[in-house]
Ligand binder design. Structure first.
Ligand code: FMN
Length: 302
């Protein structure tokens, strides 16, 4: 029976034989005239082979760098949405305040059995076991599928939730926009919206990344308060279900008008992207998204 040493020797002999044949073939082809069909084909093939090896080799070598850059990017975007990022911020240090949790969207409870450090919500949405198709009548954000579990981040102070950062996505005019919405621990007051990953037209829909526009979200209220809702609205509605009323309006919000706390200026010349933002807010803060979780967060606050 051949042992591993002799099979290793056989393999290396075979490889040496192949190399010898390849070398002999290369010598023969190189000796052919430059305008020969065989030489043209062989040189083109050799170039393709070298290119393919270089491209796939670089992809494999750079993969760990890509993964760590993506993680660093995510941290930067999260710090930005809660207003904790400036040029002096040490991202790794600042991010120590954040705690990642996995939420079961249907129950609003924290899910066990996942490692928040490695859980990838975008991948989970595509996974048949972890993701679900969204029925078209419920697919306000036009995303087709969603993960049943979402990765949220919490910032706590003296044991109390000070901020919660929710992943959101929704279709604009040209692209699915991905980002984070940060709310205060009341699950109601907006700290910020950062749609960092999108391909809307720069200067039009792409203005979702304009710091001036992003700044006007701060302090807006997602749900109606019991006090402003009148008789048809119960406190239960706000604390247990909560349909979001936060909306983008055409033009500028008049702060003196009732309801201004639930309104954000639409993007000039980009009504379709604005509609997309509107829909993603309504979807992700509604009962199909984070409303059950936010209701639990509020009730735990007392
Ligand atoms: C080249 C080009 C790019 C556009 N990009 C966007 C865009 O990113 N978002 C958007 O809502 N509208 C975009 N529009 C405009 C839309 O086609 C549409 O006119 C607009 O949403 C209407 O908005 P308004 O009512 O605010 O003018 C673009 C138009 C053109 C010609």
């Amino acid at each position: 029976m051949p042992n591993s040493n002799s099979s290793g020797q056989a393999l290396s002999d075979k490889f040496a034989g192949l190399m010898e044949k390849a070398n002999a073939y290369a010598q023969r082809v190189l000796a052919l005239p430059n305008d020969s069909f065989e030489k043209t084909l062989a040189v083109a093939f050799a170039l393709c082979l070298v290119g393919a090896v270089l491209v796939s080799g670089s992809a494999v070598i750079l993969k760990p760098l890509q993964v760590s850059n993506k993680a660093a990017d995510e941290k930067t975007n999260i710090l930005e949405v809660v207003g904790m990022l400036d040029e002096k911020t040490n991202v790794e240090e600042a991010f120590k305040k954040f705690e990642a949790k996995i939420v079961d969207l249907e129950t609003g409870e924290y899910a066990t059995g996942f490692d928040p450090a490695t859980f990838d919500q975008r991948k989970a949405a595509k996974d048949p076991a972890l993701g679900v198709e969204i029925p078209s009548d419920k697919d306000l954000a036009k995303i087709g599928r969603k993960s049943k579990y979402a990765k949220v981040y919490l910032v706590k102070e003296d044991g109390k939730v000070k901020a919660v950062i929710l992943p959101v996505n929704g279709y604009g005019l040209w692209s699915t926009m991905y980002g984070f919405m940060a709310l205060e621990g009341d699950g109601q007051t907006v700290i910020g919206l950062n749609l960092f990953d999108q391909a809307e037209t720069p200067g039009l829909g792409g203005e979702v990344v304009n710091p001036k526009w992003k700044a006007i979200w701060k302090g807006k209220k997602v749900y109606k308060e019991a006090s402003e809702a009148g008789q048809e609205f119960s406190k239960k509605h706000h604390t247990e279900v909560g349909e979001p009323v936060l909306t983008l309006v055409k033009g500028s919000v008049d702060p003196s008008k009732p309801g201004a706390q639930h309104q954000v200026d639409g993007l000039a010349g980009a009504t379709l992207t604005s509609n997309g933002v509107n829909n993603l807010v309504k979807y992700w803060l509604g009962s199909e998204g984070f409303a059950p979780y936010l209701a639990k967060l509020r009730s735990q606050r007392g």
